[in-house]
Structures are given as C-alpha cells and as structure tokens.
Design a binder for this molecule. Sequence first.
Ligand code: C5P
Length: 401
Amino acid sequence: MLSGKRLLLIVSGGIAAYKSLDLVRRLKERGSELRCILTSGGAQFVTPLSLSSLSGEKVYRDLFSLTDESEMGHIRLARDADLIVVAPASADFLAKMAGGLAGDLATAVLLASERPVLVAPAMNAAMWRHAATRRNIALLEEQGVRRVGPEAGDLACGEVGEGRMAEVPDIMAAIEEILVPDTSLSGHRALVTSGPTHEPIDPVRYIANHSSGKQGHAIAGALAGMGAETTLVSGPTSQPDPEGVDVQRVETAAQMLTACQSALPVDVAVCAAAVGDWKVNGAAESKLKKTSGAPPILALSENPDILASLGQAGNLRPALVVGFAAETENVVEQAGAKRKAKGCDWMLANDVSAGTGTFGGDENTVQLINNEGAEDWPTMTKPQVAERLARRIADYFSHAA
Ligand code: C5P
C-alpha cells in the first residue's frame, strides 16, 4: 500500500505517456497523494485535463506561472514529495537531467529536490543505445537515480528493440520497492567482509591490493537496509560507513579473521574482501633503511583463509556462506572449484581480466554459482548487485524457514 505516500509524477514527451494515465489511476487506487507535472513535450501526447481528472489534482506545467508559484512554489513541489517519478523519461529529458538543466518546471523541480528519483525511460532503440544516452544514464545512476526498464519489444516507431517504457505493474513494483522498505531480513544476523588488507613490511610500508571496498560496503548496506543486524569487517578503504551497520575496521588478514570470528554466530556471511594471500614474516618493528646495503628480501607466509574458515566453522558455521571469486579465465569452472574447496554455499564469480574495469570500477558483471549450477546476472552497478544479492539471501531464508 502507498497510503500517505506523496508522489510527484513528471510526464515528459513520448507516446508512452498514455501508459502514465493508467499509472496515475493505480497510484491513486493504492492511496498515494499524487501531484503531476506535464512537460510541454508530454502535453503533445496527453492533455492536462485527463491527468488532472485522474489524479484529482491540478496539473503543474509552467515554471513562470504566477498562479502556480503562489499556490505551490516549485521549491515546495520539489521538497514535498517522498519520491519523484519520471514516466515516460524521454532521451531529451534524461539528457537535461544529466546535464543539470533547469529551464522548465520539471527540470527545475528535479534540480531543487533531494528526494529519491525513479525514471522509466522510453525511446527509440537506437536512441537508447546511443553513447550519449548511455553516458547520461550512467551519470544519473551514479547520482543515485533509480531506473525501471526500458523493455525490449515493438516500439511505437515501428522498430523492434529495447526502448519500450516498463509496464505499469513493473513501475508500481519499483515505486513500492523504494517507498515500502523490505524488512524481510529482520531477525537475521549478517557478517560482510570488504576492502583490501594491508600486510605490514615495516611500520610505514605494506603489501596491499586494488580493492576499493565498493562492492562489500554496498552489500552490508543492502543487508542492513532489509533489516539484518549487520557487521561489516573492513580493511582500509575510503568508502563511507553504510547506514545502520556495525563497522569494524581492521588492517591485516589476521585481524580480519579475529573480527569475523568474534561476530559469530551469524545467519549469513558474505566475504567480499580481497584478503591478501600472504603476509610478511616478522615485519620489521622499525622503518627499514635504504642505506643498509642490499634491498631486503621479504619472506612471506600464507594468510588465513577467512572464507574457508567460516565455511568450515563447525557448529558456528553460518547457514549461508557466500564468497566472491575474481577470475581472469574459465571463470565459472574456477569459481565452482573454489566454492567446493572453501566449503561455501554460493560463489559470485566475476571476470576481472584487463579491460573489464571491475576493480575499483562502479559496475560488476557476476554469475551466481551454487549447487544447482551457474546463473548469469546482467551487468549492474555495484549497489544493484548488492540489492539483488540481499533479496536473494532473503528468499533463501524465507524458503528455509
Ligand atoms: O582464493 P581467492 O582469493 O580467489 O578467494 C576469493 C574469496 O575468498 C573471496 O570471497 C575472499 O573474500 C575470500 N578470501 C578470504 N580469505 C583469504 C582469501 C580469500 O576470505 N585469505
């Protein structure tokens, strides 16, 4: 139910605007308080009268209307909403949003708003594929704008391809997902590892790796967002602490293991950290000097495998143990073998070979490997991968219950 939720619907130009009339009807049925802005492009496809009849409210159109501004200034329109939905979002409108333009009421409201935004793109398939649109969408998603669709199918222009606005039930589901928080993991405890480890050589030098912690932190945030009591054990990263998560900061693999063990028992453990495989034996207590002759020879020894130790933790073993496997070739095969060797239930395998941009990047293409086989996930942003994994974990526990 959406009762009491305040929605602002922006209808921009596109033949799919006719579906927005149905969207308005459904949103009203679910009890939302709805206001609509119709852009001049949108008004080519639906009339202000049809929108206002269905929403039962005045339709806002003009940034420079004295009446509109005195009844409801655009700043209030921007702030009074729990969610702003742009459906349809045309290529032109998305470009304006990405560019931060504010030349009409709809774009000015978006620029003045700090509320969540959901876009439902609709356009010709070539426009959707165009590098400019890809860049605009990536920019908007980076800013936290959510997206539903577009879908593949017959397009109004007579072509077939990706570009159809998502169907109204899918837009409704996306709206509810944002406004009605899913708390299906409440009552569950989760442990997540994230980031690199730093293995000291001496007090000022260390061995590390390129892990940014973006994926692990997003997973901890998504699990906590769904109500799980979440501990994040993180190596050194510049990621902000995810909301509602107990963050334990560590440097070395040995410290990460200890922190993980003291977080047990948990229901689910997700090991996303890039734990250093080796540590330096007998790290020097004081800074090694360049002047003391030949360069030092570092003797290394193996670090504990945190994932394997959780996978084989006897009666403290989490019910669900999830690992990540970054591979450069034969990804599924290698990750499947690793899943068995480390005693974990699910492996999220990703290709990190040169050019994929996964390490430190914002996107991830993963395959989920479990005892039933491998499942391809589309390329998503790291927060989207985290959301999908958290929902998958919630499904697992709802079936296990
Ligand atoms: O063996 P590999 O490093 O490829 O395994 C990756 C998975 O194992 C990741 O989930 C990582 O977090 C975990 N791991 C660990 N402790 C280690 C090495 C890897 O938890 N020492």
